[in-house]
Design a protein around this ligand. Structure first.
Ligand SMILES: O=C(O)CCC(=O)C(=O)O
Length: 212
């Protein structure tokens, strides 16, 4: 199925006019994958701009009683008052930039929701990662809608079912791709981006969210 819409952002970037997507054939999940929402040129331009202009931070997390720096840089951008708490960290939102607002307007159309926040994750190299989790914090509502745009180096997005241990999936999140998770996905599935020894280019991931 293809989405026949055109949206513009940042005055010079065009989302694909035929954003073909497919649904992952996973039980208890509603996950659509758009492999090429942005073309290579637009993805590279956006990656460079956001890497340079976002106010990145590195929080500390407690793992097995040890305090360690989070293995990636993050930023939380959103509407006023839309704080987000995960892994014991509460992030207060920075204001939207024009680039992020334009991008949000486009992914809003694709997802059919009005996102009010975005978590940005910068994976500097293969040592940066995100462990197994579900995006199921109470402030994301009953059935969270998560719109995830990837820019830069390809990383593997791994999924595992919470109750049926044999159910697993892996997806290469290439630059310019968009992954939309909704419905009961977060109830039944966890996901991660693991470390890799392969040489990988820096990667920026933006997960648009609705904070209730
Ligand atoms: O980097 C990714 O693709 C995953 C990000 C993620 O899982 C999250 O922000 O919750």
């Amino acid at each position: 199925m293809c989405l026949d819409s055109i949206s513009r952002f940042d005055t010079s970037t065009t989302l694909s006019t035929t954003s073909c997507h497919s649904f992952l054939p996973l039980p208890d999940a509603e996950i659509a994958f758009y492999p090429s929402l942005l073309d290579e040129q637009d993805s590279d331009r956006l990656l460079a701009k956001l890497t340079q202009t976002i106010d990145w931070r590195q929080d500390w997390i407690t793992v097995y009683g040890r305090s360690l720096p989070q293995p990636r840089l993050t930023a939380w951008v959103g509407d006023p008052g839309k704080a987000y708490t995960y892994s014991g960290i509460t992030m207060q939102p920075s204001g939207w930039t024009d680039t992020l607002l334009d991008l949000k307007a486009s992914v809003d159309v694709i997802a059919g929701v009005t996102f009010n926040s975005v978590l940005l994750n910068l994976y500097r190299d293969g040592n940066d990662s995100m462990g197994w989790h579900s995006d199921d914090e109470p402030e994301l509502g009953q059935n969270p809608v998560i719109g995830s745009l990837s820019l830069g180096g390809t990383r593997q997005f791994m999924l595992r079912h919470k109750h049926q241990k044999a159910l697993k999936a892996k997806l290469a999140l290439v630059s310019g791709s968009f992954l939309l998770m909704q419905g009961t996905t977060q109830h039944y599935w966890q996901h991660q981006v693991s470390k890799t020894k392969r040489a990988v280019a820096p990667r920026l991931n933006l997960t648009f969210r609705v904070i209730c």
